[in-house]
Design a protein around this ligand. Structure first.
Ligand code: ARG
Length: 271
């Protein structure tokens, strides 16, 4: 099966998946201390760049991915300069709260819990969590069958939160999704709970060997761009995002990174 088809089928199966409750889980010269100079049209945007195809670094260290292209397009549309800053995933919300960045785009799921401390844009991507196991594992076939298993996850993610609800599971936490997947590939974990598009991309790109996705997606989640609470930039962000959806730019970027048109339309809110 072609990668695009694989992803498409996985996305389609979302419809049937049990939807669980929201997981609850002009450059300023000194940008790092107090963020970009939003008044002068510069947004510092945080991202954890080990999450392809949303954000990763190419051979020359350049940030690439769907999120990166989308954020650049939003900057152009809104007339602001966008400068990316790499941060650990669990450091993004604290950085927004501290005001050291204006926004975060990082395949971040809009959750009720996170929305208490940051504001989210409209949803820009439909995703969900998938279970990955070793290719020769015939025993682990569903969320229920994860009981008592060793599960590798990325720190601070909805996947980690979900894993935390499994009875008697042993959770191994990693700083990035590829490291969690590598643990599974090495035979040191029984399963990984991670965002489906990223796990599928790791398998189809050959980055992770001997691993397969089983069962249905265990959640439906929507990604949003996060901003500090009551950010004056939120409206400009949402306006630009809607314009890009309406003028076809969004679809073109989706096609570029996922090889298919988006399935269905996005809701106005993430939960
Ligand atoms: N969607 C999941 C979450 O929000 C995982 C996101 C991880 N993103 C990343 N760039 N590592 O918790």
């Amino acid at each position: 099966m072609k990668r695009s088809q694989f992803i498409r089928n996985a996305c389609l199966s979302l419809g049937a998946a049990v939807v669980l409750a929201a997981c609850g889980g002009g450059v300023s010269t000194t940008p790092s201390a107090d963020g970009g100079d939003a008044a002068a049209g510069l947004w510092l945007v945080g991202t954890e760049p080990a999450f392809p195809p949303f954000e990763s670094q190419d051979a020359s260290g350049e940030l690439v991915g769907f999120d990166i292209d989308l954020m650049k397009a939003i900057g152009e549309q809104a007339g602001v300069e966008v400068q990316f800053e790499s941060l650990p995933f669990d450091g993004l919300i604290p950085a927004l709260q501290a005001g050291t960045i204006e926004a975060a785009i990082s395949g971040m799921t809009i959750t009720e819990e996170r929305a208490q401390t940051v504001d989210f844009s409209r949803p820009y991507f439909r995703a969900g969590l998938a279970i990955a196991v070793a290719e020769d594992d015939t025993e682990t076939t569903s969320f229920e069958s994860l009981e008592g298993k060793t599960i590798a996850v990325q720190l601070g993610t909805t996947g980690a939160e979900m894993a935390g609800t499994i009875k008697d599971a042993k959770i191994s936490t990693f700083d990035s999704a590829p490291l969690a997947l590598q643990e599974l590939s090495n035979g040191n974990a029984d399963a990984v709970i991670n965002d489906a598009p990223v796990t599928l991309d790791a398998i189809s790109s050959g980055n992770i060997g001997g691993v397969k996705v089983v069962g249905e997606l265990i959640t439906e989640e929507f990604y949003g761009i996060a901003m500090p609470k009551d950010s004056p930039n939120l409206e400009a962000l949402n306006t630009a995002l809607v314009e890009l959806i309406e003028n076809g730019t969004y679809d073109a970027l989706y096609e570029k990174w996922f090889g298919t048109a988006p399935v269905g339309t996005l809701p106005e809110a993430g939960f």
